[in-house]
Ligand binder design. Structure first.
Ligand code: FDA
Length: 390
């Protein structure tokens, strides 16, 4: 097939990063073709944040990202910040609120974010093609992108095809394959922000706890998160577990402080006759205290606990340990850890050092944010960085 059209830039993947990059490139008078293989754009934005899109975080900084090179994300995050994105949201009169820990959500629906991005795309004349599958990307003098809707030529190509999480939302390994085609290294990928699986034995103990949530501090050898954990019928989820899942090594133990603001020292001098398991109902759901007393603690009246025994109870609750046997995989992971090796890209422009005119942005890059709006902020910031240097 002969070339159908020429563009300054072709962006592949119309998720958060691709849409935003298209807008910023369009603002800079570039002709932009945005290609999406699904039937509509921004599917993950639509389902994000429980349908309310946690579009950024007030406190986003490089500390909230995981990457082989922790400094890589600094430049893009500094040049297009959470405050810049908030300004855009406000310009479009989208009402929002802070849920907790700086996490900003739409008051109404994620659809408002997609609509805003589409309005901005239209303003600057971005050409969007959905249901468009890319067959190949080749570099001659220019790039030639062959698709089911024709062949297109451009001076630059931006890969914004995301990671591997949630294949049914359109996730593919396309970006990694293009990287390999151009001799660009990848770091190992792995599901992240993902619920964890527990062994049969643990599940047997916790079988009645599905749906129980507890305020905790969850740690591994590297980091700690103060958030809730949630028991599921397969293992553990909830914000603290999702956060630690991005850091947890194979077979590494999870340490859970079940009583973050207490040390139970009150027990050792207690004259109370109530049983420990009854006392613990002050802090935990009854279903959980039953599991503790059936499997971990011998409950007796509080006044009978001496110092040593109090220490044993305290230790159990402050250093509760579990071993996950795996995770729920890309089907359930919010993001993909790893991806295009940041050593291969310019942190200022997101362009591949080995392929002039080829850019990688968003989740396909080895930059993974914490839970809480950080991943979208990376999509906006990296999309902006590429657009300003096209
Ligand atoms: P993204 O995955 O958004 O977009 C990639 C696009 O490329 C998709 O539209 C895909 O169909 C398309 N594509 C793939 N292969 C292609 C090909 N071969 N040809 C053409 N197109 C192709 N983050 C956050 O900050 N706040 C939140 O509230 C949430 N909530 C959330 C909920 C759930 C359930 C998930 C799964 C994820 C989140 N996230 C999140 C993470 C966030 O959605 C994610 O990090 C960003 O969407 C990444 O943006 P990208 O544009 O890089 O990829």
């Amino acid at each position: 097939m002969s070339i159908v059209s020429n563009y300054d830039v072709i962006i592949i993947g119309a998720g958060a990063a691709g849409l935003f990059c298209a807008i910023e490139a369009g603002k800079r008078k570039k002709s932009v073709l945005l290609i999406e293989h699904e039937e509509k754009v921004g599917k993950k934005i639509l389902i994000s944040g429980g349908g309310r899109c946690n579009f950024t975080n007030l406190y986003a900084s490089s500390e909230n990202y995981i990457s082989q090179n922790p400094h890589f994300c600094k430049s893009a995050l500094a040049r297009y910040t959470q405050h810049d994105f908030i300004e855009l949201i406000e310009k479009h009169n989208i009402a929002y609120h802070e849920k907790k820990l700086g996490q900003l959500f739409c008051d109404s629906a994620s659809k408002q974010i997609v609509n805003m991005l589409l309005v901005e795309c239209e303003k600057v004349g971005v050409d969007i093609k959905v249901d468009c599958s890319v067959k190949s990307v080749e570099k001659k003098n220019n790039f030639v992108v062959k698709t089911n809707l024709g062949d297109f030529e451009s001076g630059a190509v931006v890969i914004a095809s995301g990671g591997l999480s949630i294949p049914k939302m359109g996730a593919t390994s396309f970006g990694y394959k293009i990287a390999e085609q151009f001799g660009i290294k990848l770091t190992k990928t792995k599901p992240a922000l993902v619920p964890l699986l527990l062994s049969k034995e643990d599940l047997q103990k916790f079988k009645n706890l599905s749906g129980v949530s507890i305020d905790t501090v969850v740690s591994n050898n590297e980091v700690s998160f103060r958030e809730n954990i949630l028991f599921t019928h397969k293992g553990l989820s909830g914000p603290a577990i999702l956060q630690i899942s991005s850091y947890l090594k194979d077979e590494e133990e999870l340490k859970i402080d079940l009583i973050p603001d207490r040390d139970l020292s009150e027990i050792k001098n207690s004259t109370e006759k109530i049983e420990l398991k009854t006392y613990l109902k002050n802090f935990f759901a009854e279903r959980f205290t039953s599991v503790l007393s059936e499997n971990y603690l011998k409950s007796k009246p509080l006044y009978q606990y001496n110092e040593k025994e109090t220490e044993v109870v305290k230790n159990l609750l402050k250093n509760f340990t579990l071993n996950a046997i795996g995770d729920e995989g890309y089907e359930k992971a919010e993001v993909t850890l790893g991806g295009v090796d940041t050593d291969e890209l310019s942190s200022k422009t997101m362009m591949a050092k080995k392929a002039v005119g080829l850019f990688f942005i968003g989740e396909v890059v080895d930059v993974t944010g914490w839970l809480g709006g950080y991943n979208f902020q990376w999509a906006w910031s990296s999309g902006h960085a590429a657009a300003t240097s096209l």
